[in-house]
Design a protein around this ligand. Structure first.
Ligand SMILES: *Cc1c(COP(=O)(O)O)cnc(C)c1O
Length: 369
């Protein structure tokens, strides 16, 4: 029986440590491991997760935005933090908090040099991002001469790493394209290293790159979803442990007469005498309306209870006609048995979206197994 009696997201640091060690076992001992803890640590709790990983000896962190890095610094995290997608408006804060920017365009390069020089920086660590096929962020190979000449004109910046991002590292049918990306990245890094006169770190792999492309590990790998227990394949999922468990509780039980309807817009009509349970979790907590009308389900007393009617903002109703349960009983939304990935597939989504959707209204509880 759950001891919290409300909706909680449990974060299991033992599972996190297990996943960290598994991913470490996939890379050489000299290869550095960067933990991606953006979006509240993939919807978990970025500070608790980062502290645990720092104790385990992680080499680097990455977040998407400056504000996420500030939260880690405020919590006392000392490990270097790469900011993957910083905006110029936040460059002064980024420097004050010793965060390291991804430099992904000439506009960003120019603006960052200006702020770093104003703040009298010397050799401020930056990471140059190259677009090798994702067409999302990054310089192109042709930009290399102009980047080098801009860097030569200032002593405010030092290129700590060169990096790129794989488009489809989880997809075996895209092996050829992935190899094209790896080759492009090698060419770019060789051209830059030659001119810089020192060797910046190189990194291109996300979790599926770690698992599927040892030839793309370079000096560091960046892993996010793997740390949180998902490997983007049945085979790899078996080695990993989901870190987050989403639980709730039965608030009220209703007996629905045949012909009566349940929820907004009368989306569900009972065909016989049925029993529903109302749960204190809704679309404002991250359970998308797409799960309504039987697409999604929860687990009560080990049995599947499908969602009935539309998901409300703060609540949802499930069918418990065949389940022996009562008000106050524990409800599992996702855990290590019904995973966030299983649930996400029911609405054609992915584990990443399911995990990061769990809103900040849901209480986080940190536990060790
Ligand atoms: C989010 C992100 C990652 C982590 O990817 P996973 O698939 O979660 O391991 C790595 N690199 C970049 C640039 C990212 O944006």
């Amino acid at each position: 029986m759950g001891k919290f009696k409300e909706t909680v997201l449990e974060i299991d640091l033992t599972a996190l440590a297990h996943n960290y060690k598994y991913l470490r076992s996939k890379i050489n001992s000299e290869t550095k491991l960067l933990a991606v803890v953006k979006a509240f640590g993939y919807g978990s709790e970025s500070v608790a997760v980062a502290k645990e990983l720092e104790n385990l000896g992680v080499n680097y962190f990455a977040v998407a935005y400056v504000a996420e890095g500030v939260v880690l610094r405020d919590a006392g995290i000392r490990t270097p933090i790469l900011v993957l997608h910083p905006q110029p408006v936040n460059f002064p804060t980024l420097i004050e908090r010793c965060l390291e920017p991804s430099i992904y365009s000439f506009r960003i390069l120019k603006e960052f040099i200006a702020v770093a020089e104003t703040k009298k920086q010397q050799d401020y660590p930056v990471h140059l991002k190259f677009n090798t096929g994702l067409n999302r962020l990054g310089f192109l190979e042709n930009d290399v001469p102009s980047i080098l000449s801009a860097l030569k004109k200032t002593s405010a910046l030092k290129t700590k790493s060169l990096f790129s991002h794989l488009v489809a590292s989880e997809d075996p049918s895209e092996k050829e394209f992935t190899h094209t990306q790896i080759e492009r990245f090698k060419n770019i890094s060789a051209a830059i290293a030659l001119e810089l006169g020192y060797k910046p770190m190189l990194h291109q792999s996300n979790t599926s790159g770690v698992l599927n492309y040892p030839e793309a590990h370079f000096t560091m790998v960046r892993t996010g979803i793997g740390l949180f227990g998902f490997g983007n394949s049945t085979k790899e999922n078996a080695h990993l442990k989901p870190v987050a468990t989403l639980k709730s509780v039965i608030s009220q039980i209703h007996h629905i007469q045949p012909g009566e309807t349940v929820g907004y817009n009368r989306a569900y009509t009972a065909t016989k005498l049925e029993r529903t349970a109302t749960l204190p979790i809704g679309h404002a907590d991250g359970i998308s309306r797409a799960f309504g009308n039987g697409k999604g389900w929860v687990t009560i007393a080990g049995k599947k209870a499908p969602i009935v009617g539309n998901v409300c903002m703060d609540m949802l109703m499930v069918n418990v006609t065949e389940i022996d349960c009562k008000e106050g009983d524990e409800v599992i939304i996702f855990d290590q048995n019904t995973t966030a990935e299983d649930l996400s597939e029911a609405i054609h989504s992915i584990s990443y979206e399911m995990l990061t959707a769990i809103s900040q209204r849901v209480k986080r509880v940190i536990r060790r197994n």
